[in-house]
Design a protein around this ligand. Structure first.
Ligand SMILES: Cc1ncc(COP(=O)(O)O)c(C=O)c1O
Length: 400
């Protein structure tokens, strides 16, 4: 018999949680929320087994760079473990402002604001500007953080086809010219590995007097001179984009995020974006790691060069097996399998051979695009690629 405190009341939310089919399916298969017991460079350990990490966003491989680690330790000594409060209330620290100045200069922006997470920054980049009565036009493949920002803003939403400026133009010609409009897109789409057609999107934005918001989370550190991002890649003046947001949890070997643009816009965002106003400040350690990674980007070009060399090596292997990479142009490289089943068995076969990857299936990706998401890092070695090639051969045999 259950004691009174063990009896669980079956209120509707508890019932919904207990009966959720999606959660039951997820917990049945060991695909998501894995526990890594150890990590060293490109290697991770699961259930005491060494594996090659082939889906992390540590594109430049800086998470174990001695300078980054040293900077994190020094920040902890100087500032303690946490900022323990929102900047609006408890104050910014000088290291936040120093990082903001450094990052703004790197991006060619007038000002910048850093947050505790990229998710918070990307939400803020939208809900700090869009409001009820406005119209947001969003590429249909944008990240969840941007969708969350749109929902929170209360603005009307229209999606345009992925990376399709003509479709965006078409959508805009049917809209009321008097309504304030914002266009939202990413520099690199992390599932597809596609680069956005920035000059064309900005031309449409200009023609229709729209505010532009670029999420450069995956392009920072990867595209453009020294990894300055998508605007630099296309040699577009960085001021042509109204707001650039992004994350420190990819190439910058940290966590946290940023919003960059004209000073007046950043100050306006700081008065209006609830995720920024009400979230705790970026921690000292994470700020120091991101700041040092930013120095490394500018002082040690070999990491970016190695990353693109590795992308080439990996693509050669994938071509050998005639795998569909959805036209990826970047280190984020999907292997499109087309059905949930094929994606699962391909993932499982790679796992058997010691390769860690991630599955993404519909509705997370368009129907028929069920895939394994892989990503190359500057840290992957020739030996890693040999093992990856063997594993792919095994997976092709097992799953296709
Ligand atoms: C395109 C994009 N934007 C924003 C984010 C959020 O960044 P973070 O995970 O650092 O909070 C991510 C993270 O996956 C992302 O891929």
């Amino acid at each position: 018999m259950k004691l009174p405190f063990q009896r669980v009341s079956q209120n509707p939310i508890r019932r919904r949680a207990h009966k959720c089919k999606i959660t039951a399916l997820r917990t049945k298969y060991p695909v998501y929320y894995n526990t890594l017991e150890q990590q060293k460079g490109s290697r991770v350990w699961i259930d005491d087994r060494e594996m090659i990490m082939l889906s992390s966003n540590d594109y430049l491989g800086l998470t174990y760079h001695p300078r980054v680690i040293e900077a994190g330790k020094a920040a902890m000594d100087n500032w303690g473990s946490s900022s323990t409060g929102a900047r609006l209330a408890n104050g910014s620290r000088s290291f936040h402002e120093a990082l903001e100045e450094k990052l703004a200069a790197f991006l060619g922006a007038e000002a910048c604001h850093v947050n505790v997470a990229g998710y918070v920054s990307c939400m803020s980049a939208i809900c700090g500007f869009a409001e009820r009565g406005d119209l947001v036009l969003a590429d249909k493949n944008i990240h969840s953080s941007l969708w969350s920002g749109i929902s929170l803003s209360g603005a009307k939403l229209e999606r345009f086809s992925h990376n399709n400026p003509a479709d965006l133009e078409d959508a805009l010609t049917h809209e009321d010219a008097g309504v304030a409009k914002l266009i939202v897109f990413e520099g690199i789409y992390s599932m597809e590995g596609h680069i956005c057609p920035l000059p064309e999107l900005l031309e449409v934005a200009r023609n229709h007097n729209c505010f532009s918001i670029l999420d450069d989370a995956h392009a920072l550190g990867v595209l453009g001179a020294q990894g300055r991002g998508t605007a630099s890649h296309f040699k577009v003046d960085s001021g042509a984009v109204d707001i650039t947001c992004g994350s420190f949890s990819k190439s910058l070997a940290s966590t946290g995020g940023f919003i960059a643009g004209d000073r007046a816009l950043i100050e306006y965002m700081k008065s209006h974006a609830k995720p920024t106003i009400f979230s705790a400040a970026l921690s000292p350690v994470q700020a120091a790691c991101a700041s040092t990674a930013l120095d490394i980007l500018q002082e040690e070009p070999e990491h970016l060069a190695q990353l693109w060399k590795n992308v080439e090596t990996y693509n050669e292997i994938l071509r050998e097996f005639k795998l569909d990479t959805w036209g990826s142009q970047t280190p984020a490289i999907p292997i499109v399998l087309g059905t949930k089943e094929r994606a699962y068995y391909f993932w499982k076969a790679l796992r058997e051979k010691g390769i860690f990857t991630v599955i993404s299936v519909a509705p997370g990706v368009p129907p028929g695009k069920d895939l394994i998401r892989t990503a190359v890092s500057a840290r992957h070695s020739e030996e890693d690629f040999e093992q990856i090639a063997e594993a792919l051969q095994h997976a092709v045999k097992q799953a296709l």
